[in-house]
Design a binder for this molecule. Structure first.
Ligand SMILES: Nc1ncnc2c1ncn2[C@@H]1O[C@H](COP(=O)(O)OP(=O)(O)O)[C@@H](O)[C@H]1O
Ligand SMILES: [Mg+2]
Ligand SMILES: [Zn+2]
Length: 177
Protein backbone atom coordinates (compact mmCIF):
# COMPACT_ATOMS: atom_id res chain seq x y z
CA UNK A 1 0.00 0.00 0.00
CA UNK A 2 1.19 3.52 -0.72
CA UNK A 3 2.51 5.27 2.39
CA UNK A 4 0.16 8.06 3.47
CA UNK A 5 0.55 11.13 5.61
CA UNK A 6 -2.59 12.82 6.93
CA UNK A 7 -2.05 16.14 8.71
CA UNK A 8 -4.59 18.33 10.43
CA UNK A 9 -4.47 22.09 9.91
CA UNK A 10 -6.42 24.02 12.55
CA UNK A 11 -6.09 26.39 15.51
CA UNK A 12 -5.99 25.24 19.12
CA UNK A 13 -9.51 24.27 20.16
CA UNK A 14 -10.75 23.61 16.64
CA UNK A 15 -11.52 19.92 17.13
CA UNK A 16 -8.46 18.23 15.62
CA UNK A 17 -7.94 15.70 18.38
CA UNK A 18 -11.66 14.96 18.52
CA UNK A 19 -11.60 14.28 14.79
CA UNK A 20 -8.64 11.92 14.96
CA UNK A 21 -10.09 9.97 17.88
CA UNK A 22 -13.25 9.45 15.85
CA UNK A 23 -11.99 9.19 12.29
CA UNK A 24 -8.28 8.40 12.02
CA UNK A 25 -7.77 5.13 10.13
CA UNK A 26 -7.49 2.41 12.78
CA UNK A 27 -4.19 1.16 11.41
CA UNK A 28 -2.61 4.63 11.38
CA UNK A 29 0.19 5.76 13.64
CA UNK A 30 -0.91 8.99 15.36
CA UNK A 31 1.68 11.67 16.03
CA UNK A 32 0.26 14.18 18.51
CA UNK A 33 2.62 17.00 19.37
CA UNK A 34 0.56 17.75 22.50
CA UNK A 35 0.98 14.20 23.74
CA UNK A 36 4.66 14.07 22.83
CA UNK A 37 5.42 17.39 24.54
CA UNK A 38 3.54 16.23 27.64
CA UNK A 39 5.56 12.99 27.71
CA UNK A 40 8.87 14.81 27.30
CA UNK A 41 8.12 17.80 29.55
CA UNK A 42 9.50 17.69 33.12
CA UNK A 43 6.22 19.25 34.35
CA UNK A 44 4.10 17.12 32.02
CA UNK A 45 2.56 20.05 30.18
CA UNK A 46 1.34 19.52 26.62
CA UNK A 47 2.32 23.06 25.61
CA UNK A 48 5.74 23.15 27.30
CA UNK A 49 7.83 25.08 24.76
CA UNK A 50 11.02 23.48 26.08
CA UNK A 51 9.75 20.09 24.92
CA UNK A 52 8.68 21.20 21.44
CA UNK A 53 11.86 20.66 19.43
CA UNK A 54 12.34 17.14 20.76
CA UNK A 55 8.67 16.33 20.19
CA UNK A 56 8.90 17.43 16.56
CA UNK A 57 12.18 15.53 16.06
CA UNK A 58 10.83 12.32 17.60
CA UNK A 59 7.55 12.59 15.72
CA UNK A 60 9.41 13.16 12.47
CA UNK A 61 11.68 10.17 13.05
CA UNK A 62 8.70 7.93 13.77
CA UNK A 63 6.93 9.28 10.70
CA UNK A 64 9.92 8.39 8.52
CA UNK A 65 9.96 4.84 9.89
CA UNK A 66 6.23 4.31 9.33
CA UNK A 67 6.25 5.77 5.82
CA UNK A 68 9.33 3.73 4.90
CA UNK A 69 7.35 0.63 5.87
CA UNK A 70 4.41 1.70 3.70
CA UNK A 71 2.16 2.74 6.59
CA UNK A 72 -0.14 5.64 7.38
CA UNK A 73 0.68 8.49 9.76
CA UNK A 74 -1.78 11.01 11.16
CA UNK A 75 -0.27 14.22 12.51
CA UNK A 76 -2.55 15.86 15.07
CA UNK A 77 -1.04 19.33 15.02
CA UNK A 78 -2.09 22.93 14.39
CA UNK A 79 0.13 23.29 11.31
CA UNK A 80 -0.73 26.97 11.26
CA UNK A 81 2.66 28.04 9.92
CA UNK A 82 3.55 27.44 6.26
CA UNK A 83 7.00 26.19 7.22
CA UNK A 84 5.54 23.48 9.41
CA UNK A 85 3.30 22.27 6.61
CA UNK A 86 6.31 22.39 4.26
CA UNK A 87 8.29 20.23 6.71
CA UNK A 88 5.65 17.51 6.74
CA UNK A 89 5.23 17.62 2.96
CA UNK A 90 8.99 17.32 2.49
CA UNK A 91 9.15 14.32 4.81
CA UNK A 92 6.28 12.68 2.93
CA UNK A 93 7.89 13.39 -0.44
CA UNK A 94 10.98 11.49 0.66
CA UNK A 95 8.86 8.32 0.71
CA UNK A 96 6.57 9.18 -2.22
CA UNK A 97 3.75 9.20 0.32
CA UNK A 98 0.25 10.38 -0.49
CA UNK A 99 -0.53 13.52 1.49
CA UNK A 100 -3.87 14.63 2.89
CA UNK A 101 -4.31 18.06 4.46
CA UNK A 102 -7.32 18.10 6.74
CA UNK A 103 -8.42 21.64 7.49
CA UNK A 104 -10.25 21.80 10.83
CA UNK A 105 -11.16 25.44 11.13
CA UNK A 106 -14.59 26.31 12.52
CA UNK A 107 -15.53 29.97 12.92
CA UNK A 108 -13.26 31.93 15.25
CA UNK A 109 -15.91 32.46 17.92
CA UNK A 110 -16.62 28.72 18.04
CA UNK A 111 -12.93 27.99 18.51
CA UNK A 112 -12.54 30.67 21.19
CA UNK A 113 -15.57 29.31 23.06
CA UNK A 114 -14.17 25.77 23.00
CA UNK A 115 -10.76 26.99 24.12
CA UNK A 116 -12.33 28.98 26.97
CA UNK A 117 -13.73 25.76 28.45
CA UNK A 118 -10.22 24.40 28.94
CA UNK A 119 -8.30 24.59 32.19
CA UNK A 120 -6.78 28.07 32.45
CA UNK A 121 -4.46 27.37 35.36
CA UNK A 122 -0.89 28.32 34.45
CA UNK A 123 1.91 25.88 35.27
CA UNK A 124 4.47 27.45 37.58
CA UNK A 125 7.29 25.58 35.84
CA UNK A 126 6.76 26.13 32.11
CA UNK A 127 4.27 29.00 32.21
CA UNK A 128 1.66 27.41 29.94
CA UNK A 129 -1.93 26.35 30.51
CA UNK A 130 -4.18 23.92 28.69
CA UNK A 131 -6.22 26.96 27.68
CA UNK A 132 -4.34 28.89 25.04
CA UNK A 133 -4.40 32.71 25.36
CA UNK A 134 -7.19 34.12 23.18
CA UNK A 135 -4.83 36.26 21.07
CA UNK A 136 -2.83 33.13 20.22
CA UNK A 137 -5.95 31.26 19.10
CA UNK A 138 -6.97 34.33 17.11
CA UNK A 139 -3.54 34.56 15.43
CA UNK A 140 -3.57 30.86 14.52
CA UNK A 141 -7.08 31.17 13.13
CA UNK A 142 -6.11 34.24 11.12
CA UNK A 143 -2.99 32.59 9.71
CA UNK A 144 -4.89 29.50 8.59
CA UNK A 145 -7.74 31.55 7.15
CA UNK A 146 -5.23 33.61 5.19
CA UNK A 147 -3.59 30.43 3.87
CA UNK A 148 -6.84 28.82 2.68
CA UNK A 149 -6.83 30.28 -0.84
CA UNK A 150 -3.30 29.04 -1.53
CA UNK A 151 -3.29 25.68 0.28
CA UNK A 152 -3.94 23.90 -3.01
CA UNK A 153 -0.58 25.18 -4.27
CA UNK A 154 1.42 23.82 -1.34
CA UNK A 155 1.65 20.30 -2.72
CA UNK A 156 -1.02 18.32 -0.85
CA UNK A 157 -2.39 15.50 -2.97
CA UNK A 158 -5.77 15.88 -1.29
CA UNK A 159 -7.28 18.63 0.82
CA UNK A 160 -10.33 18.08 2.97
CA UNK A 161 -12.23 20.80 4.75
CA UNK A 162 -14.14 20.16 7.95
CA UNK A 163 -16.35 22.69 9.65
CA UNK A 164 -16.47 25.12 6.78
CA UNK A 165 -19.66 26.46 5.24
CA UNK A 166 -20.60 24.28 2.23
CA UNK A 167 -19.84 27.00 -0.29
CA UNK A 168 -16.19 26.96 0.85
CA UNK A 169 -15.77 23.22 0.42
CA UNK A 170 -13.24 22.28 -2.24
CA UNK A 171 -14.85 18.99 -3.05
CA UNK A 172 -12.77 18.11 -6.05
CA UNK A 173 -9.34 19.30 -5.12
CA UNK A 174 -6.60 17.30 -6.78
CA UNK A 175 -2.96 18.21 -7.05
CA UNK A 176 -2.13 18.97 -10.66
CA UNK A 177 1.67 19.06 -10.55
N1 LIG B 1 -17.57 18.80 16.23
C1 LIG B 1 -17.58 19.27 17.48
N2 LIG B 1 -18.72 19.73 18.03
C2 LIG B 1 -18.75 20.23 19.27
N3 LIG B 1 -17.68 20.31 20.09
C3 LIG B 1 -16.52 19.86 19.61
C4 LIG B 1 -16.40 19.32 18.29
N4 LIG B 1 -15.10 18.97 18.09
C5 LIG B 1 -14.45 19.27 19.23
N5 LIG B 1 -15.30 19.79 20.15
C6 LIG B 1 -14.93 20.23 21.49
O1 LIG B 1 -14.03 21.32 21.35
C7 LIG B 1 -12.98 21.22 22.31
C8 LIG B 1 -11.65 21.19 21.59
O2 LIG B 1 -11.57 20.01 20.83
P1 LIG B 1 -10.18 19.32 20.52
O3 LIG B 1 -10.46 18.18 19.59
O4 LIG B 1 -9.44 19.01 21.77
O5 LIG B 1 -9.44 20.50 19.74
P2 LIG B 1 -7.95 20.61 19.19
O6 LIG B 1 -7.34 19.24 19.27
O7 LIG B 1 -8.11 21.10 17.79
O8 LIG B 1 -7.26 21.62 20.05
C9 LIG B 1 -13.27 19.96 23.12
O9 LIG B 1 -13.94 20.35 24.30
C10 LIG B 1 -14.18 19.16 22.23
O10 LIG B 1 -15.04 18.36 23.00
MG1 LIG C 1 -5.64 18.63 20.20
ZN1 LIG D 1 4.36 23.03 32.81
Amino acid sequence: MRPTLIATIGPAGAGKTTWRHRHAPPEATVISLDERRAALSPCGCSADPAANAAAVADGTAETRAVLAAGGTVVWDVTNYLPRFRAHLLAVAAGYDAATVGLVVCPPLLTVLARNSRRDGRVCAVCGTARRVPDPVVWAMHTAITAALPSLHREGWHTLRFLSLPPYLHHRHHRRTT
